[in-house]
Design a protein around this ligand. Structure first.
Ligand SMILES: NC(=O)C1=CN([C@@H]2O[C@H](COP(=O)(O)OP(=O)(O)OC[C@H]3O[C@@H](n4cnc5c(N)ncnc54)[C@H](O)[C@@H]3O)[C@@H](O)[C@H]2O)C=CC1
Ligand SMILES: O=C(O)[C@H]1O[C@H](OP(=O)(O)OP(=O)(O)OC[C@H]2O[C@@H](n3ccc(=O)[nH]c3=O)[C@H](O)[C@@H]2O)[C@H](O)[C@@H](O)[C@@H]1O
Length: 480
């Protein structure tokens, strides 16, 4: 096995993980050539765009990192074969969505893109390589990769490492620059340990050794699903308490502050909300549930499934509260949406709570006027269209499939938040963008219909101030 220092890396998948991760590696390791490849020509063209505002992913600080490394030792290309051939280490960073068909539909991770990568690497490679699983994968995927990679019989040797990514969107660059830890799982063989060391050496260019954790492969793979399950469970736990707060007059933010002071609990990730979104929490928990079912652990499966159920309930509760408060129907009423992204500081909308809330209101024929500082109109309609063809989840399944013509007649996307809210019956805050806090709420009030409702799904506006202006304000987890 090759134990020399790595000088040429390839990453398959130029998405939210592959792009920022490789940009940071390239910036921190000018001696390593990093090539990020993707089948999606538009995405690669966008990564190569001279105008850094047009990068395919919006992340604070990312444009500066790309500007420094691109063309020096960071390259974006569609020539996957060439990049594989030249690389000593190949990161696989392709998407692993929930299966939408066949065995494990709606639960298991769809590994078809991973398998395609493995087959392509096996076909193209002429010398030994280290393969790094960056994508989030079910435990024991490395075994399947090995079977494919070693099936050619051409004598090329592969070491497979698991190094899952823990970055969060919106803070990707910061998370990559100062990670709590980088994790590497490898085999306990001489060549396995050499491969682990090769990757440790790369991370050591900017991460202290104590923040690089090494484990067995299976532990590393399962750590990623476990971390996301624990994080999502915290959000569902505080959201469950928010429902009880609303019935009892307790304040969920005060509770979060009180319990967060306990160092065993910790203060982070206790922000009650309209529900978690994003491409990973739900997908990874469903994957975990599927694995537990597969290994005949139904009690464990049920335990984790409840985290997703609670999240569906939270989104539903928010939508239902809007309808109930607006005198039991929103038909023909104008509801402004502030925010569409699944969290602030990202243009990513995958599994965003806003989509599910919009769907429930559209079922009742509300007119929705959306403003989001970073999400495009095209993306919002693509999300709504996707939902019509993938009605999965305890509440959306009950909804009827709507035609895109009807949806387009009910949904308007605005570039100006004040226009979105003018003459609205209600404003719903779905994403915690900072700019929403500093709006001229008196002007908003003047322009809205009365009674003017604000449903704050992120608890970011000052309820007292808005109530004094005259708004009817509903928060999450605050007895009204
Ligand atoms: N989005 C996030 O914040 C995080 C995601 N992850 C995990 O990382 C993985 C990737 O996620 P994202 O970057 O969000 O996905 P993404 O969908 O943004 O990017 C994946 C890219 O892979 C490309 N691709 C798929 N098959 C390919 C092939 N055979 N050859 C070349 N390119 C191919 C796609 O065209 C796409 O551009 C997933 O497993 C996800 O669970 C892990 C941590 C954070
Ligand atoms: O595997 C992944 O994809 C990533 O998933 C999450 O990152 P991400 O989904 O980008 O963003 P988070 O900050 O975790 O937020 C997820 C959702 O939970 C919500 N959330 C988060 C925290 C909180 O206290 N309350 C809350 O409602 C957010 O608004 C958002 O909708 C994890 O935080 C990352 O460590 C992980 O790498």
């Amino acid at each position: 096995m090759n134990t020399k220092k790595i000088t040429n890396i390839c990453c398959i998948g130029a998405g939210y993980v592959g792009g920022p991760t490789m940009a940071v590696i390239a910036q921190k390791c000018p001696h390593i050539k990093v090539t990020v490849v993707d089948l999606n020509e538009q995405r690669i063209a966008d990564w190569n765009n001279a105008d850094l505002d047009k990068l395919p992913i919006y992340e604070p600080g990312l444009a500066d990192v790309v500007a420094e490394a691109r063309g020096r030792n960071l390259f974006f290309s569609t020539d996957v074969d060439k990049a594989i051939d030249e690389a000593e280490m190949i990161f696989i960073s392709v998407n692993t969505p929930t299966k939408t068909y066949g065995v494990g539909k709606g639960m298991a991770a769809d590994l078809k893109y991973i398998e395609l990568c493995a087959r392509q690497i096996a076909r193209v490679s002429k010398d030994d390589k280290i393969i790094v699983e960056k994508s989030t994968l079910p435990v024991r995927t490395a075994e399947a990769l090995r079977t494919i990679l070693t099936s050619t019989g051409n004598g090329v040797k592969f070491e497979i490492l698991s190094s899952p990514e823990f970055l969060a969107e919106g803070t990707a660059v910061q998370d990559l620059m100062n990670p709590d830890r980088f994790l590497i799982g490898g085999e306990q063989t001489e060549s396995g340990e050499a491969a682990v060391q090769a990757l440790v050496d790369i991370y050591l260019n900017w991460v202290p050794r104590e923040n690089i954790v090494t484990t067995r492969v299976w532990s590393s793979e399962l750590s990623k699903l476990t971390a996301n399950a624990f994080l999502a469970q915290r959000v569902s736990s505080i959201n469950a308490i928010s429902a009880l707060c609303e019935k009892t007059g307790a304040d969920v933010d005060e509770i979060a502050r009180a319990i967060g002071k306990d160092s065993r609990i910790g203060a982070k990730f206790l922000k009650s909300s309209v529900g978690f979104g994003g491409s990973c929490f739900q997908k990874d928990i469903l994957n975990l549930v599927y694995l537990c079912q597969h290994f005949n652990l139904p009690e464990v499966a049920d335990y984790w499934a409840q985290v997703v159920k609670m999240n569906d309930y939270q989104k539903h509760r928010f939508a239902k509260n809007i309808i109930d408060s607006l005198f039991n129907t929103v038909s023909g009423k104008k509801i402004a949406f502030l925010g569409w992204a699944f969290k602030k500081d990202t243009n990513d909308t995958r599994e965003t709570a806003a989509l599910y809330v919009a769907d429930e209101l559209l079922q009742d024929r509300a007119e929705i006027h959306v403003y989001d500082p970073k999400v495009t109109e095209e993306q919002i309609f693509a999300d709504l269209e996707y939902l019509q063809t993938h009605r999965v989840g305890q509440y959306v399944e009950q909804g009827e499939i709507m035609s895109m013509d009807e949806i387009r007649s009910l949904v308007t996307v605005h570039n100006d938040p004040y226009e979105a809210m003018a003459s609205a019956h209600a404003t719903a805050i779905l994403t915690e963008w900072d700019e929403f806090k500093s709006y001229d709420w008196q002007k908003v009030y003047n322009d809205m219909l009365k009674p003017a409702f604000v449903f704050d799904g992120r608890n970011i506006v000052d309820k007292k101030q808005l109530s004094e202006i005259g708004f009817e304000v509903y928060n999450i987890g605050k007895g009204n």
